[in-house]
Design a binder for this molecule. Structure first.
Ligand SMILES: *Cc1c(COP(=O)(O)O)cnc(C)c1O
Length: 385
């Protein structure tokens, strides 16, 4: 269970779930590189029996994440997809899920190519207006799955409004909080039941770990998910857990700089003559800006834009001219990245669906890192020239 004695976010990021090692006083939680634990007599152990089920380094991280999300429980998975997979295993054949029409490509893929084969039906709905959900609710509906801000169009979805509809209709409301990180947004505080993270991104923060997590407070849901977690076995190792514990210690400082740099770059791109559409939830005229202001503490460092003329080759040219922004999938690390969603992160979504969502051929997505803002803007300036 989460340590709740710390109030402020930064103090939680540095201390929650972690105590000096009782045998040595080591201030950093040790990497418990073990697969099993010696028992005094059969069944008599110190709470740890086999490391798929539990590992002390991972427990420290799970408790830290729970504290950051204001949750009672945290569960870490070997990837974000492993965490999503576990949530979907709460469902049964015939169940239906209502989700957004702009999702991470891997989420769309596991919905349509894996769980659809097990008889689960997914409705991809424009959730910019939460009431759109109502048209799709029937006796089989069991879950609402949200991403906000969405990837890559940075749409803002009203968590509180969706969670209210979920509660009224006895549905589970799960939110992928990867893009915001717990520093910018805590979905449970707005009524969601489950928060999911690709820990790989901002939480890890240094582009060196693949991991996922779920945070929640409902005892019954936790029991079910902990059972799936151990039974299906997508659990991370202690070395990766240590790296993320270490990464999280600077999450608040990193996020402040991601937001600062993001704001400056959004302002630079806004007046650039080559840019057609620009997506960043911090503009007063962006769709659902008032909801972003209500549920987020700041607007983050993720920005997408399309180019006038909408030519893929123009997007490719910009990506190849950049010297500090690296062309790569993923996001949320200290280094700035650029991504071409249509051929990279979102290639598994059919073109007709992509175009509907605004993921056009010239769309580029920036994960603004924490380098010097002058260098980043100079790099974008020369690449867009
Ligand atoms: C990366 C990502 C995932 C998947 O996480 P992995 O750690 O890569 O498995 C899910 N949702 C979003 C929004 C992501 O960006």
């Amino acid at each position: 269970m989460a340590v709740t004695k710390y109030k402020g976010f930064a103090t939680k990021a540095i201390h929650a779930g972690q105590i000096p090692d009782p045998t040595t006083g080591a201030i950093m939680t040790p990497i418990f590189q073990t697969s099993t634990y010696v028992q005094e007599s059969p069944g008599k152990n110190k709470g740890y029996a086999y490391a798929r089920g539990k590992n002390p380094t991972r427990s420290a991280l799970e408790n830290c994440l729970a504290a950051l999300e204001g949750a009672k429980y945290g569960l870490c998975f070997s990837s974000g997809m492993g965490a999503i997979d576990a949530v979907l295993k709460l469902l049964r054949p015939g169940d239906e899920v209502i989700t957004g029409d702009d999702l991470y490509g891997g989420t769309y893929r596991i919905f349509t190519k894996v769980f659809a084969n097990f008889g689960i039906k997914f409705h991809f709905v424009d959730l910019k207006k939460a009431s759109n959900i109502l048209k799709y609710i029937n006796a089989n509906t069991k879950m609402i799955w949200l991403e906000t801000p969405t990837n890559p169009i940075m749409q803002i979805i009203d968590i509180e409004a969706c969670a209210k509809i979920a509660k009224k209709n006895n549905l589970i409301c799960a939110v992928d909080n990867t893009f915001a990180s717990p520093f910018l947004q805590n979905p449970l505080a707005h009524g969601a039941d489950i928060v999911m993270h690709s820990v790989t991104k901002y939480l890890g923060g240094h582009s060196d770990v693949i991991m996922g997590a779920l945070c929640l407070s409902d005892d019954n849901l936790y029991q079910q998910l902990a059972f799936i977690h151990n039974s299906c076995g997508a659990t991370p190792g202690p070395q990766d857990s240590f790296l993320v514990l270490r990464g999280i210690k600077t999450l608040h400082i990193r996020m402040e700089r991601h937001c600062y740099n993001g704001r400056k770059i959004a302002a630079f791109l806004k007046s650039h003559p080559k840019i057609d559409k620009l997506y960043w939830p911090g503009f007063p005229d962006s769709v659902n800006h008032s909801i972003a202001k209500k549920q987020m503490r700041d607007f983050g460092g993720m920005i997408s834009f399309s180019l006038k003329g909408n030519k893929q080759e123009d997007a490719f040219k910009i990506a190849s001219k950049l010297k500090i922004f690296s062309l790569a999938e993923s996001l949320g690390g200290v280094e700035s990245l650029i991504n071409h969603p249509a051929t990279m992160t979102h290639a598994s979504i059919p073109k007709t669906e992509r175009d509907k969502a605004g993921v056009v051929e010239s769309l580029l997505r920036l994960s603004v890192g924490i380098e010097d803002i002058k260098d980043l803007i100079a790099d974008l300036k020369q690449a867009l020239a």
